[in-house]
Design a protein around this ligand. Structure first.
Ligand SMILES: Nc1ncnc2c1ncn2[C@@H]1O[C@H](COP(=O)(O)OP(=O)(O)OP(=O)(O)O)[C@@H](O)[C@H]1O
Ligand SMILES: [Mg+2]
Length: 266
């Protein structure tokens, strides 16, 4: 069974894209066949791998074509286990274009269905908004991963996300689960980081991943060189932490899978 992980938080600049890219790359390094789908019109995950000018067809075409073929959009990367479905700025037009379409929230789920068997993991990078693209991600996913920046007011806004999550679970996707919350941009030297960590732990408890992602300039630099952290700075703390996070992700996914299996058998 393929696990589809939406990296989501409607707050901007909290490390969604950095997490999507490097978690996907870490899963691929662990020999999991992984598809990274860019659902953000800003296309930050896309341009971390390819030049925007090299993207002819993109997720926009998947959302708007009457007979979408995700395979036509998917590009290989330098890692033979990692594939990319790129975005373009045109995705920003979807909100208006899909308004009124009865199947608007299901477009991604439907287009993924025929290709899921080719992948162990699908990682979705989502935009900083709870619009139609994020709703498509939540409908198509098996699990959410919520990056939260270690900064004041970090938790503000997560209420809206959790409310949307509850709504999606009540109807289109009852099996959706929060796989975990991951602290990003952590700086152990600051009180802000330490206080926020405590606050996030108090709110999210067990859902919090043990691995924290520290502030690490290598993580900021690598996309400019079209590298993941593992090829750009394999010995950096960022590489080490995303590797550890991928291990926790796999453990939680597998624990969840066997729990569901036991439930089904009962
Ligand atoms: N651990 C980190 N250490 C240093 N810089 C980081 C780290 N994580 C992310 N950044 C940088 O912080 C900025 C925001 O990160 P990122 O783009 O991943 O956030 P985002 O949540 O995807 O933003 P948006 O909401 O705009 O899509 C980027 O410049 C990124 O390179
Ligand atoms: Mg982003």
């Amino acid at each position: 069974m393929t696990s589809i992980l939406a990296i989501t938080n409607q707050k901007g600049g909290v490390g969604k894209t950095t997490t999507a890219i490097n978690l996907a790359a870490a899963l691929a390094l662990r020999k999991k066949k992984t598809l990274l789908i860019d659902l953000d019109p800003q296309s930050n995950a896309t341009i971390a791998f390819v030049d925007a000018s090299d993207v002819q067809i993109s997720m926009y075409d998947v959302f708007t074509s009457p007979s979408p073929d995700l395979n036509k959009v998917i590009k290989p990367t330098k890692d033979p286990n990692l594939f990319l479905a790129p975005a373009k700025l045109s995705l920003a037009r979807l909100e208006q274009q899909l308004a009124g379409a009865f199947d608007a929230p299901y477009k991604l789920k439907d287009s993924l269905a025929p290709i899921l068997k080719n992948y162990d993991y699908v990682v979705l990078d989502t935009p900083p908004a709870l619009g139609i693209l994020t709703v498509n991600a939540l409908v198509a996913s098996t699990h959410l991963i919520v990056p939260i920046q270690a900064a004041y007011f970090a938790i503000e806004g997560t209420d809206d996300l959790l409310e949307t999550y509850a709504r999606i679970r009540s109807r289109p996707n009852p099996d959706l689960k929060v796989l975990g919350v991951v602290i990003t941009l952590f700086d152990r030297r600051t009180n802000i980081s330490r206080d926020t960590h405590e606050q996030i732990r108090a709110v999210f408890g067990e859902a919090l991943f043990k691995t924290r992602i520290s502030k690490n300039v290598r993580l900021e630099e690598s996309p400019a060189y079209k590298e993941t952290i593992f090829s750009y700075a394999p010995k950096s703390p960022g590489a080490d932490e995303y590797k550890k996070l991928s291990q926790e992700v796999i453990q939680r996914v597998e624990a969840d899978r066997s729990a569901r299996h036991t439930q089904d058998a009962a």
